[in-house]
Ligand binder design. Sequence first.
Ligand SMILES: CC(C)(COP(=O)([O-])OP(=O)([O-])OC[C@H]1O[C@@H](n2cnc3c(N)ncnc32)[C@H](O)[C@@H]1OP(=O)([O-])[O-])[C@@H](O)C(=O)NCCC(=O)NCCSC(=O)C[C@@](C)(O)CC(=O)[O-]
Ligand SMILES: NC(=O)C1=CN([C@@H]2O[C@H](COP(=O)(O)OP(=O)(O)OC[C@H]3O[C@@H](n4cnc5c(N)ncnc54)[C@H](OP(=O)(O)O)[C@@H]3O)[C@@H](O)[C@H]2O)C=CC1
Length: 403
Amino acid sequence: MTDADELAEQVRAGDLRLHELEDHADHDTAAEARRKLLESETDADLGTVGDYAFDAELAEPNIENMVGAAQIPMGVVGPVVVSGGSAEGDYYLPLATTEGALLASVNRGCSVISTAGGADARVTKNGMTRAPVFRVQGIVEAEEVVNWVRDHRDELVEAAEATTNHGKLEDVTTYVVGDSVFLRFVYDTKDAMGMNMATIATGEAASLVEEETPASLVALSGNLCTDKKPAAINAVEGRGRSVTADVRIPRETVENRLHTTPEAIEEANTRKNLVGSAKAGSLGFNAHAANTIAAAFLATGQDAAQVVEGSNAITTVEARDEELYASVSIASLEVGTVGGGTKLPTQTEALDVLGLRGGGDPPGSNADALAEIIAVGALAGELSLLAALASRHLSSAHEELGR
Ligand SMILES: CC(C)(COP(=O)([O-])OP(=O)([O-])OC[C@H]1O[C@@H](n2cnc3c(N)ncnc32)[C@H](O)[C@@H]1OP(=O)([O-])[O-])[C@@H](O)C(=O)NCCC(=O)NCCSC(=O)C[C@@](C)(O)CC(=O)[O-]
Ligand SMILES: NC(=O)C1=CN([C@@H]2O[C@H](COP(=O)(O)OP(=O)(O)OC[C@H]3O[C@@H](n4cnc5c(N)ncnc54)[C@H](OP(=O)(O)O)[C@@H]3O)[C@@H](O)[C@H]2O)C=CC1
């Protein structure tokens, strides 16, 4: 009997809990024991799930009850020419997905952008948010809390920043609803996506608010942050990086490479991304920015649930005299090059392809560059899909490549 068999048996007998196995064996053996247990209790064969290429211990901060790895195909698009505030040069962008035709499409857009001389990109706003909710007796106490927060900004900064060497508290906005007070803390988290950092820092600041005011903390996240849910506040105010990429493409390139005209792409964008999205009550006035964002997130170790916020993007297109102008503005792109999943082996290698592993010099510049390159990738995807729709190639492309 192997160690893994014995551990699985002890779980079966009720002597050990499934999440305690790392206390009794190395991480790979613990994962193997869980697979054996699952295989014996279901009809599943987990041979492929168990065939992963990194030391399970490396994943300890990222997962509990590990059984193996979900392996998603990774491809690459580009090189695409980016002229950004932090990103500058020709970039290959790694993308992980299971949607056939997606990389072909983004790759086509990248190739068109590069033929046109490249895309410009800029991060226009940066701030990770956490918004605790406090209970008060009523509006009189609520006003007292709001006034205290306004008058004691320096003390809140001191409390919050005591927990981090990198994070900076930039702003606190107050919101009152009856006997609930929300404080929306905004941080510059430099190269970290920053959700742990902002949460830990806000915990300290919230304790100070409780000590000094009648407010009583109900929840450290009061949903006005807003993390991992569709919310207008992120689309309007931004969360993480607000980033825009744009490009001007000569008419000839549109006709030769995208098989349509600037006018047809503009009309598809207006009727679909603007009018259609408005009628649908959508927060995303784009075609499929989430496609490129999700695939880049999976490849580079971002938090996949935050693709929800990433989809808050507006695509604009204008047919000009002899060219097409196109832009994508992503209001809330939550990315980092340190922390979270970015430390895992395949994700680190993907960041190496971009030259963006770890902290930047100055701090924050690597995460800014990643945001700019992803925005250019999203712009490429928008151009290619809008062109495919305008030239009626969408279904044939997916018949050929996606199934
Ligand atoms: C499929 C294409 C690109 C063909 O487009 P094409 O112009 O016929 O292709 P081509 O063979 O002439 O090649 C042009 C370029 O495309 C790229 N390309 C072409 N093929 C490949 C390939 N196999 N692998 C990698 N790259 C490829 C490549 O860059 C190539 O240039 P080259 O490098 O040869 O000089 C085009 O028809 C297309 O982009 N269609 C749109 C497909 C698409 O965007 N799908 C996205 C998913 S749709 C979805 O999920 C969201 C949706 C639709 O529901 C959202 C909504 O509601 O709108
Ligand atoms: N806690 C929560 O509520 C939530 C957590 N998450 C998870 O949070 C994780 C991401 O949190 P995040 O805060 O980004 O990551 P980490 O918790 O890993 O924090 C980032 C770490 O990197 C250090 N660091 C080193 N160099 C830099 C640099 N150049 N810029 C910034 N930080 C640097 C920071 O040090 P120092 O602290 O000294 O500055 C800090 O220790 C993900 O796994 C995500 O899934 C997601 C949503 C909610």
